[in-house]
Design a protein around this ligand. Sequence first.
Ligand SMILES: [Zn+2]
Length: 485
Amino acid sequence: MYSNPKLLIGLEVHVQLTKLKSKLFCPTPADYKKSPPNTHVCPVCLGLPGTLPVVNRKAIEYAIAVAKALNCEISDKLIFVRKHYFYPDLPKNYQISQYIGPGFTAIAKNGYVKIFVNGKTKIIRIRRINIEEDPGRILYIGSIEASPYSLIDYNRSGITLLEIVTEPDMTSPKEARAFLEKLIAILEYLEVTDPREEGAFRVDVNISFEGFGRVEVKNIGSIKDVEKALTYEIIRQKKIVEQGGKVERETRHWDPNKGITITLRSKEYEEDYRYFPDPDLPPMRIDKNFIEKISSTLPELPDDRINRFVRQYSIDEYRATILVLNKWLANFFEEAAKIYSNYKKLADLLITDFLRWINEYELMPENLKVTPLHIVKLLKLWDEGVLSVKMVKELLPRVIKEGVDIETYVVSSGYMRISDREYLCKVIEEVIRENPKAVRDALSNPKAINYLVGLVMKKTESRADPQITREIIQDYLNRLRMEGS
Ligand SMILES: [Zn+2]
């Protein structure tokens, strides 16, 4: 009988350390992304016979910084292995990588990342971090299965990758998303990669129902697609299990255009790779002082910043997390908080409407016209009652897109909240005269007053003070009732 087996999700995240100037084992410049194919290559990263790799010291520093930030145990030895497989994008027929086994070790293992989902903190364990070289790239014409031929670009060959592998601790696509958001934020704070760069991070997801075959979906390029691929696989595997079938252990490919996963090959096993130590790269000792020096220069990381936000600004963990995981938004918040002290109100505006418009307009933080001062001015006019909440929401997109100075705008346009009773009485009299049926409704049904308030708002372009408007209409209705009785 089918009895809701537990869902297990583990991730393998490949992160390019895009802030490195050169590749992992050669001096070839690493900023290949805007260059024509096969122009960022040298004999080493093309895997030509007789060449020798030399380790990029900065890459090791970055890897140690990441390992520290992910709370890992760091190895005292740096050991590279050859991982053998044949693929056109791999000119040596082996990838220089790392492996945990007798005589081998990864740069780091046994760490964890804290995520915050549905109001709760959860620990996702990190199994290991490997340093390895990226292979080249195969390009297809159209879709992978319909392409008549493949093209190879070796520019990416030898770029430094970290392979970050979790334990299967996630139990929903939402948790996988929260993990990736947190991981990417940590890497961004460390300034080892620019996660917005195309191909900077690729995710393999492992997904299974406990007791059934494990499926790996390879090479997913965005958080959104990870969530979609997981959701698709859950439904696909559930169907097989419910029909009494067997989920095959296999590797699948995510097609983001069709929104489905397709079979690539049956899963290879680790022994297929014939790992052995790379004789060109003898083991190196990683000095304790070297590790300590790197640890002592780490910047403030997301967890610490979230805790500080909760303490310093008295906002809850939920708000603090959203702000901090968006590094530029957190910086924006802190700049504004220097000149505005209702932190909760500020945080609320930033994580809701503000962020929504930024995404809607696809604005890049570095080209924003809106400054923290613009937003503080808006909030102050709201606090003073010059603007209503509705007016604030209406003005916000213009402030964000055009960087409109709201004080000047309010003075020059006269666009401010109307709380002048005499003026409002006139508008209300008009509304009442024009809508006798609505007035009759409001007399018999107290809730129907909202409709009349709405008409007044419409007539005043949302500028009428809703509180005062309601009072005046209520008084009028009361008088009518007295006259009627
Ligand atoms: Zn090279």
